[in-house]
Design a protein around this ligand. Structure first.
Ligand code: ATP
Ligand code: MG
Length: 426
């Protein structure tokens, strides 16, 4: 026998049982986004490698070791997108969406990072990302955070996530802070892990979110970024906190929250949970006022976030908050008895679907005994079995048997069947 091929490590198949849950989540997210005025943008999965190097930053985990980069047949260096912000900014600029106007955009799709696969961490994973452009104030930062809080409430997970908040100030602020941090850490080189030592020159702020316990201990007494913020950043951060306070959204200010990408400034935030072990961040984002200019445009203020869909699904499963009916395959299942009945059955099913566009109706194909077909009815979770035997074909009628109570089977004409199903759907 030929060897069976397997999916690439860290890249998951989503089977129908799982896509049912994904659809449930996607419908709610889309509704929350459109109710707040956000519009979808669809972007390519592949971009030029340079785009990511210039936006995410050369000295970041993503660019240093996680990207899927390859040469295409023309010899151009391309990369499977590791995140969506860079491509979104590229597209918004390319299509002049940023000239004297504000934008509220979102996108959805797979991202690719060559990381060590584990629970909540994959090499192909899905994000829903939200990016806004042209709005500089803390009001839009607050809108994004309030919108996500509403999403968590609708999904039934609000009590199990907490909001971490920080301000990274301006690049001037970070330059001053960086000098102070480097000075402090240079005096404790022996306590620094290897990665952090390497970053001391290239990207010392990244050391703040080192997972190494010795480094973490050392950081307890390190200078704090907050003390280096200029007046404007301080006021922006204070106003954001005031809006969140008034909205009743609790948060923790985490002065070591820096995020893994270089383009952030001022507001950064993460929604974290203790339900998923080490992979606890379900949604993360912040302000990136410098990025549009960095990618060759006029300066445009921007703020956004991305949420990891696999981690959210894992949370829904762990907390057991997925409604049972998301797995129901059909509202009605048609049992077809006798070889001659299928032409009537299939035509009737089409007629019912046309009359009731939201009806989910599965027709038994491939024959089988009454008993075996009734087992399929049960497996489909249909509320109603429609039974077509030789008598029904002759009389142009439908046998209807409720699966939710013991009411006896009825024989109805087509109009009556439509009325009954339509009442069931409502
Ligand atoms: P982490 O600290 O967990 O590595 P990150 O800071 O790299 O996350 P972002 O780049 O901000 O993550 O991406 C936003 C969200 O996308 C994360 O909060 C997480 O929910 C999800 N995510 C990131 N990387 C992965 C991955 N490899 N597999 C699954 N989800 C991921
Ligand atoms: Mg990461």
């Amino acid at each position: 026998m030929a060897k069976q091929l397997q999916a690439i490590r860290g890249m998951n198949d989503l089977l129908p049982e799982q896509t049912a849950v994904w659809h449930y989540l996607e419908v709610i997210v889309r509704r929350v986004l459109s109710s707040t005025g956000y519009r979808e943008i669809r972007l390519p999965i592949v971009e030029s490698t340079e785009l990511f190097k210039r936006s995410i930053g050369e000295v970041t985990d993503i660019v240093e070791k996680e990207m899927y980069t390859f040469e295409d047949r023309n010899g151009d260096s391309l990369t499977l997108r590791p995140e969506g912000t860079a491509g979104c900014v590229r597209a918004a600029q390319q299509h002049s969406l940023l000239q004297n106007q504000s934008q509220r955009l979102w996108y959805y799709g797979p991202m690719f990072r060559h990381e060590r696969p584990q629970k909540g961490r994959y090499r192909q994973f899905y994000q829903i990302g939200v990016e806004t452009f042209g709005m500089a104030g803390p009001d839009i930062d607050a809108e994004l955070i309030m919108m996500t809080a509403r999403l968590w409430r609708e999904l039934g997970i609000l009590d199990h996530v907490s909001l971490q908040l920080n301000s990274l100030g301006t690049s001037e602020d970070r330059k001053k802070y960086r000098a102070a941090l480097v000075e402090y850490l240079s005096n404790h080189l022996d306590a620094l892990d290897e990665d952090s030592r390497r970053r001391l020159d290239s990207n010392p702020l990244r050391i703040l979110d080192s997972k190494n316990p010795n480094t973490q201990a050392l950081l307890e007494n390190a200078p704090i970024l907050e003390e280096y913020l200029d007046e404007e950043s301080q006021a922006h951060f204070a106003r954001l906190r005031a809006i969140l306070d008034e909205a009743g959204i609790s948060y923790v200010v985490n002065s070591r929250l820096v995020r893994g990408l270089d383009y952030y400034g001022k507001t950064v935030f993460e929604w974290v949970t203790d339900q998923l072990g080490a992979q606890g961040t379900v949604c993360a984002g912040g302000r990136y006022d410098a990025l549009v200019e960095q990618l060759g445009g006029k300066p445009v203020p921007a703020v956004g976030f991305a949420m990891g869909i696999e981690r959210l699904i894992l949370m829904l499963e762990t907390l057991d908050v997925i409604p049972a009916d998301v797995h129901a395959q059909a509202d009605a299942y048609m049992v077809v008895l006798g070889d001659e009945s299928s032409s009537y059955a299939l035509g009737l099913a089409e007629q019912l679907r046309v009359a009731l566009p939201s009806l989910r109706l599965v027709v038994n194909c491939g024959g089988g005994s009454f008993k075996s077909q009734m087992k399929k009815v049960a497996r489909s979770s249909a509320a109603v079995a429609l039974i077509i035997g030789e008598d029904e074909v002759k009389e142009r009628r439908v046998g209807v048997k409720s699966q939710q109570d013991d009411a006896p089977q009825q024989t109805l004409n087509i109009e009556e069947t439509i009325t009954l199903l339509s009442a069931r759907l409502a």
